[in-house]
Design a protein around this ligand. Structure first.
Ligand SMILES: Nc1ncnc2c1ncn2[C@@H]1O[C@H](COP(=O)(O)OP(=O)(O)OP(=O)(O)O)[C@@H](O)[C@H]1O
Ligand SMILES: [Mg+2]
Length: 242
């Protein structure tokens, strides 16, 4: 029998009031994998992150993490189990310094000495942030804010990091750097769940992809096969269907 996935969404139906956003949404992030959820505007990508993080309780279905049913737990309880998030538009605390923002990522940790060590090693990985520790986060460039939001998420020592459109609005150079960092984070043993509209870039680093259309998974599979799929090429890569 194969081991259970790190994260699993099973049969999720979610609603905002009377409006249904997800219809029987199921997906899995195996241990050690990078999984991307693709889809156009309003398809329910960010809402899927809210369901995982406990910010929206699904009407039916289950979220399981490391074999445990976490549906209905509070966000702090979920974070404590090892899920970190990099939300849409990064959501840093703009008036706080970069250092303060990074330390917020570790707010639930009690191992203070280790937190200081982790901060130091993260700054090796994100040297730009090291140069800007005392700068207010709101004054960072968009690309730097993305780095800071990723570094803040890593400060909780997660087993899974969930990212909402990490490459949105970034210059090609920063897009490449963010994708490289996602690969590095993953190789350090952290599972990655990323939501993206930028299909070709997300699929270039992911192992598996799911395509969401108005709240339903319409296609899923190995990232390499999705990249070759005529429907994906047509709908998301701006290329004519073969
Ligand atoms: N708090 C809310 N209350 C009511 N409806 C909401 C709320 N948040 C999102 N929605 C609706 O749910 C649907 C899915 O939204 P969601 O943000 O998950 O889409 P998305 O795939 O992330 O889109 P985008 O690519 O534009 O970020 C949309 O129709 C949106 O208007
Ligand atoms: Mg969104």
């Amino acid at each position: 029998m194969s081991a259970s996935p790190l994260l699993e969404l099973a049969g999720i139906d979610s609603f905002y009031g009377q409006i249904q956003v997800h219809f029987d949404l199921s997906l899995a992030v195996p241990e050690g994998a990078i999984v991307c959820l693709l889809g156009g505007n309003a398809s329910g990508k960010s809402t899927a992150m809210k369901v995982i993080l406990g910010l929206l309780r699904p009407r039916s279905g289950h979220v399981r993490f490391a074999g445990e049913d976490i549906t209905g737990l509070t966000t702090p309880q979920i974070v404590r189990r090892g899920i970190a998030s990099v939300p849409e538009a990064r959501r840093l605390f703009p008036a706080m310094t970069v250092r303060e923002n990074l330390l917020m990522g570790a707010y639930q940790r009690t191992d203070r000495a280790k937190v200081a060590e982790d901060l130091a090693s993260l700054l090796d990985r994100f040297p730009r942030l090291g140069e800007r520790l005392d700068q207010r986060a709101g004054t960072l460039s968009g690309g730097e804010q993305q780095m800071a939001a990723m570094a803040r998420a890593l400060m909780s020592r997660p087993r899974l990091i969930c990212m909402d459109e990490p490459t949105m609005g970034l210059s090609p150079l920063f897009v490449d750097r963010v994708l490289e960092l996602i690969g590095e984070i993953n190789r350090s043993g952290v599972g990655v769940f990323m939501v993206e509209q930028n299909a070709s870039q997300a699929l270039s680093v992911a192992d598996t992809g799911y395509v969401l259309k108005t709240g339903r998974v319409v296609l899923s599979g190995a990232a390499s096969s999705l990249l070759d799929d005529p429907e994906i090429r047509h709908a998301y890569l701006g290329k004519a269907a073969a």
